[in-house]
Design a protein around this ligand. Structure first.
Ligand code: PLP
Length: 233
């Protein structure tokens, strides 16, 4: 199957999952995860009307972006280290999906206030399985730090993101997705943010994520094929 055909298939499965759960298909965005894939593959997806692309390493994003049309929207979906924030802000990213520490959030706000006039759109990564080995705020931590996070002037927190531990069946990821949605609802209640975005769901489980309220699914291998070398987060 060509990339265009795979994209069409993913889009139709997304629409079907939205329909099943009584949601508007337009409310769910596809971020095509192009990490490790050549620019030519991204160009093929672009020709099939895909505009949102996700990379998990800043360096790779920086290399690929100039090779593609300027109206591509680039999402940084991997963790951002504090010492790379300045570089990341210079790129013009659509959305930073995985802010996983207070110090990174604070660095983004501080550097943004030095270099630009617009607040930076981010999602906060939540470690929904509470695994110590993983990136992200725990739910408790996020609740505790909330007042401090929302006060950062140049950080526009759009919502939450998670990467649940791999499971055998997509259905097993449902509680993690539901937990992220519930946490976003709690934080919305506390105010003052609308938190419209939930970035969750990958190739193996995006339909379940949509059923649980995902607004952005991050799908790579189902569109571009298997990655020829593994890449750690
Ligand atoms: C690689 C990656 C994805 C996409 O994974 P697939 O299983 O290939 O769909 C999604 N999100 C993040 C954060 C990733 O690093």
């Amino acid at each position: 199957m060509s990339i265009a055909e795979r994209l069409a298939e993913v889009r139709s499965r997304m629409a079907e999952a939205a329909r099943r759960s009584g949601r508007d298909a337009d409310a769910v965005h596809l971020v095509a995860v192009s990490k490790t894939m050549p620019a030519s593959a991204v160009a093929e997806a672009y020709a099939a009307q895909q505009r949102d692309f996700g990379e998990n390493r800043l360096q790779e994003l920086l290399e690929k972006k100039p090779l593609l049309p300027a109206d591509c929207r680039w999402h940084l979906i991997g963790p951002l280290q504090r010492n790379k924030v300045r570089k990341a802000l210079a790129v013009g990213l659509q959305l930073i999906h995985a802010v996983d520490k207070m110090e990174v959030a604070a660095a983004i706000s501080r550097i943004a206030s030095e270099v630009s006039s617009a607040p930076v759109r981010v999602l906060l990564e939540v470690n929904v399985d509470e695994e110590t080995s993983k990136h992200g705020f725990s739910a408790a931590e996020l609740r505790r730090l909330w007042e401090e996070l929302v006060r950062l002037p140049m950080l526009e927190i759009r919502g939450l993101m998670c990467i649940p531990s791999p499971v055998e069946k997509a259905e097993y990821a449902r509680p993690a997705f539901a937990a992220l949605r519930t946490l976003a609802e709690d934080l919305r209640q506390r105010g003052p943010l609308a938190l419209p975005v939930l970035s969750m769901g990958m190739s193996s489980d995006f339909e379940v994520a949509i059923e649980e309220g995902a607004t952005h699914v991050r799908v790579g291998s189902l569109i571009f094929g298997a990655r020829s070398y593994p890449q750690a987060n």
